[in-house]
Design a protein around this ligand. Sequence first.
Ligand code: SF4
Length: 364
Amino acid sequence: MAAFATQLIQWQQKNGRHHLPWQGTRDPYAIWLSEIMLQQTQVNTVIPYYDRFMQSFPNIQSLAQAPLDAVLALWSGLGYYSRARNLHQAACMIMQDYQGNFPQTRSLIQQLPGIGRSTAAAIAVFAYGKCEAILDGNVKRVFTRYFGIPGYPGESKIQTLLWRKTEEHLPGSNQKHHIETYTQALMDLGAIICTRRKPICTTCPLQKNCVAFNDNRIEQLPTPKIRKPLPQKEAIFLILLQHQKILLEKRPSTGIWGGLWSLPELEVDENASTYCRQYLGIHVNLPTSLPSLDHQFTHFKLRIHPQFLQVVSQSMIKAPQTTWVKPHDALKYAIPTPVRKLLEKHFLTDNVTLNHPIIDKNNA
Ligand code: SF4
């Protein structure tokens, strides 16, 4: 077991990643933010978001004091927005319950919203040098292959077995001071060597004793989840234009895209003109259908049918939680990715103005 840790530590020192923006610090806030952003998201995607976020909210206090809208706006495009909501909520809790000091043990860190056992362990390791085991997606892949463990790693009995393995293979007492390097090694190995497709076993420090490599079972491990086809939903999104501005509507704080600004959304069998009159207090011309757009969530697929409508007149009724903004300014709001794509496609590409050719042509 000691050899396992030694091989990884030596490999990381020579071949691992050492210059990521969140490395070389003991600041638990910076480490926490990186760990949350890196859940479900690749390093290269995370880096610009991480830099912008740290510039705007450099510490727990500034994050806790910020309006949730501003936090969501910086997160816009990164997806999985509950991560941003939980970050904000956890920052407020740290200010209130810990006087702004980040908790220092894995068990306390784990009690904050949005932080699971593995993320709490990673923060405890990198910020405080605690000897804790991690088990993120990359580590699950390395361990299932190295030990030749069949079964879907999300299944609880496989997960329990993997946690036991990761705890058993932590650096021994004479190597505990290398816990950060060891933990980083596991992350790096999963990210750059033992990748999901085509792992580079020839340069892997664990190759000699890797069961999957020796038994030629790399392709089969980790065992994939048996997936059912995702259900497909459909919705109409309204692009309402008035005085060169479009209407954004704030979504409820819970549910899909909770708390984000989006375009007014209708069921596919609803009538746009009636909806505009009854719920938004505006009269519109006949809608123009724009090409549909597909978006995939974890649990379903959404086909969006955008409709463009010019506002003819507006009554005094003001729908709550709505705002008129220029399309360019809308991109600074916390908006979901497909809405961003729609606005960029129909308003903000080169040679395209608010009188978009597609719209003009269809209206003609
Ligand atoms: S030898 Fe290959 S399959 Fe085994 S841990 Fe290394 S990279 Fe992964």
